[in-house]
Design a protein. Sequence first.
Length: 75
Amino acid sequence: MAFEHKENTATVFSNDKKSAENQPDFTGSGKVGDKRMDFAMWKRTAKNTGNEYFYVSFKEPSEKFGNKEKSKPAF
């Protein structure tokens, strides 16, 4: 039986296929409400404070990350 996320949870893993700086540091999948979503996460550093933070984007599995013609980031 395949693993199924509980509502509003996700799992991300280190992106070992990253070959360019703009590609996500982590990728994974989860469930937002009752919809399955793919997640991408980047580790960033705030310019003003130097504090590290994570930027997260999520899309329906049929959409591709970085395709600006079809959709905008989810937030």
